[in-house]
Unconditional design. Structure first.
Ligand SMILES: [Zn+2]
Ligand SMILES: [Zn+2]
Length: 571
């Protein structure tokens, strides 16, 4: 009999709890090496009906089945590619292509469908998965659907589920096939508890490619551009390979990742004799032979073009060399994850990164594009609900001085009904001048009254078409205290452009009403950390807090008789 680790039992419990309450498809996130076979085994044991485990390629079907049976459990296989079409067992491992073509009888009595590596399948549209699910549901209307993945993120689409119950985090407002992530285990937890080997990251050892010119097209890099850069920087490759060989001298197995076949061939030519290369075009029999030899440690260096070499499981790998730029944290995690399996005699895994792109294997994935070079992931607590949000932000002297989050992602599940209620607090917003509603800063129409919101581009264009308007892109913002003709104290804020020209605005702070007006006319827009209220009642308070104010991207002023009056500031 098998023994579940505590977190595996937690994953099972979360699944049972979820499907007792509701029928919506759910996701479980388990890092590679977390032992999903045992989770499947336990779910199968308690399931009323049969369990179908689907994968998108036969290698994965074979590997999952073998792992499952290694625990002294029995299961069937339904895969034409593996020459087996079992249908009697309680648990069946199947490949989607074969199952989609199975006879009607095959689909009887299943109560649970498990989709492995579910981030790799598109669940939208008339896919094979859609067909199979329809047939299963037709036979068993109460079918439960569980997705398994180590990285719940799809290039081009983003998060594959809507709500993370574990973190009480709303990942997207868009509809997803999977509604909830009901259990999640981090790589950090697995390493800390010694279920995975710790990675040791070595940044740009000796020479390193410069991919800084590379731009994302949607969520991806352009293959041609990558190849162009690699061609231009060809002279660096020999010293990189020399470094890999040197670093791997006392190591057991080395995987080298690239994204172009030409580059892979070049790398192979520089490696010691007996090294091997696997690309998407490698013939299957040859590929199997290479992988077997690699697992037997007859081959030490394995160059790899497609990131995932599906069904590949070589726990002894203790050096990962990355020579391709990675678009996302999850892709990076998939690559590094190949070296984190436990294996006798292995104490760590070297991660040699020659791309300078630099992801952190422990950092969370963030949907939004990184706003600037110096942005890092920061933890921002919502003043409304207390949720911890991961946003891009700027850190100076170990303190967050600014962040770019727009809206709180906190959400809460009604434990009885499973309904999700979003917090929705807006850190930054565009106020509708018709009804006062707070809208997203990119919104074009008010979400409450449908009033057309003027966007910043139009504001600028409009201003540019006016003769008496001055548009400035300020370089600095300066605060000073002065007195008017009647001797009343006031604050002057000056915006200087690169030519030293300036525009300015004046604020009085001599009464509670003045202080409120200052809040609405200045603090609200300029506060670098909008969720933190600044206590500003006097001119001196303004001067004291000047580092908390951000400068606008544009200042638009209109000509009055004797001066320029600032009408609009765009951030
Ligand atoms: Zn909140
Ligand atoms: Zn409105």
């Amino acid at each position: 009999m098998y023994q579940l680790r505590p977190y595996q039992q937690d994953a099972v419990n979360s699944t049972i709890k979820h499907f007792q309450k509701e029928n919506s498809p759910a996701v479980i996130v388990l890092p590679t090496g977390a032992g999903k076979s045992l989770v499947i085994a336990e779910l199968a044991r308690v399931a009323r009906g049969r369990v179908l485990v689907l994968a998108h390629v036969k290698e994965l079907v074979e590997q999952n089945h073998a792992k499952y049976e290694s625990y002294d459990l029995k299961a069937g296989i339904y895969s034409a590619g593996l020459n087996r079409k079992d249908s009697g067992q309680k648990v069946i491992f199947g490949s989607i292509q074969s199952v989609a073509n199975a006879d009607e009888e095959f689909f009887q009595d299943f109560s649970l469908l498990v989709i492995d590596e579910c981030h790799r399948v598109s669940m939208e549209g008339e896919t094979q998965y859609f067909q199979v699910i329809s047939k299963l549901r037709h036979a068993s209307p109460k079918l439960c659907i569980l997705g398994l993945t180590a990285t719940p993120y799809r290039l081009g689409q983003g998060w594959i589920y809507q709500y993370n119950a574990h973190k009480e985090d709303m990942k997207t407002d868009e509809d997803r096939f999977f509604k909830k992530c009901i259990y999640e285990l981090s790589i950090g937890y697995m390493i800390k508890n010694k279920f995975l080997t710790p990675p040791i990251k070595i940044d740009s050892p000796v020479a390193c490619y410069d991919f800084s010119a590379l731009e994302l097209h949607g969520a991806r890099y352009n293959q041609k551009e990558i190849e162009g850069i690699l061609k231009d920087q060809k002279r660096i490759t020999p010293s990189i390979i020399g470094n890999i060989v040197e670093m791997a001298r006392d190591r057991q197995g080395v995987m080298i990742f690239t994204s172009s076949v030409a580059h892979a061939r070049e790398i192979l030519g520089l490696l010691p004799m007996g090294s091997a290369l696997v690309t998407g075009e490698t013939d299957i029999a040859e590929r199997d032979e290479i992988i077997t030899d690699f697992k037997l440690k007859k081959i030490k260096f394995l160059v790899n073009v497609s990131v995932l070499t599906t069904g590949f499981d070589a726990p002894h790998v203790d050096v990962i060399a990355i020579l391709r730029p990675t678009e996302s944290v999850s892709l990076y995690q998939q690559i590094v994850g190949r070296g984190l399996r436990l294996s006798p005699g292995k104490t760590d895994c070297l991660v040699l990164d020659y791309t300078g792109v630099g992801h952190d294997i422990f950092s969370p994935e963030i949907d939004e594009d990184r706003p600037s070079e110096n942005s890092v992931i920061v933890d921002i607590v919502c003043p409304q609900c207390g949720h911890h949000n991961d946003f891009w932000g700027i850190v100076e002297h170990e303190e967050v001085v600014e962040h770019f989050g727009r809206r709180c992602k906190g959400a809460f599940e009604d434990l009885d009904t499973g309904e999700i209620e979003k917090c929705g607090y807006r850190f930054r917003f565009k106020r509708c001048d018709q009804c006062g509603e707070e809208n997203d800063i990119a919104a074009r129409v008010c979400s409450s009254c449908q009033h057309l919101l003027v966007d910043n581009d139009n504001k600028l264009k409009e201003a540019m078409s006016l003769k008496d308007a001055h548009i400035m892109k300020p370089d600095t913002m300066m605060f000073s205290k002065s007195y008017d003709k009647k001797g009343k104290e006031r604050v002057e804020v000056r915006y200087y452009d690169y030519d030293g020209e300036h525009l300015s605005e004046m604020f009085y702070l001599n009464s509670p009403e003045d202080a409120r007006a200052f809040y609405f006319n200045f603090t609200r827009m300029h506060n670098r950390l909008p969720e933190q209220s600044l206590r500003i009642n006097t001119a001196d308070d303004v001067l004291k807090n000047q580092n908390h104010f951000r400068k606008p991207m544009y200042v638009i002023a209109r000509k009055q008789k004797h001066y320029w009056e600032i009408r609009e500031k765009i951030f």
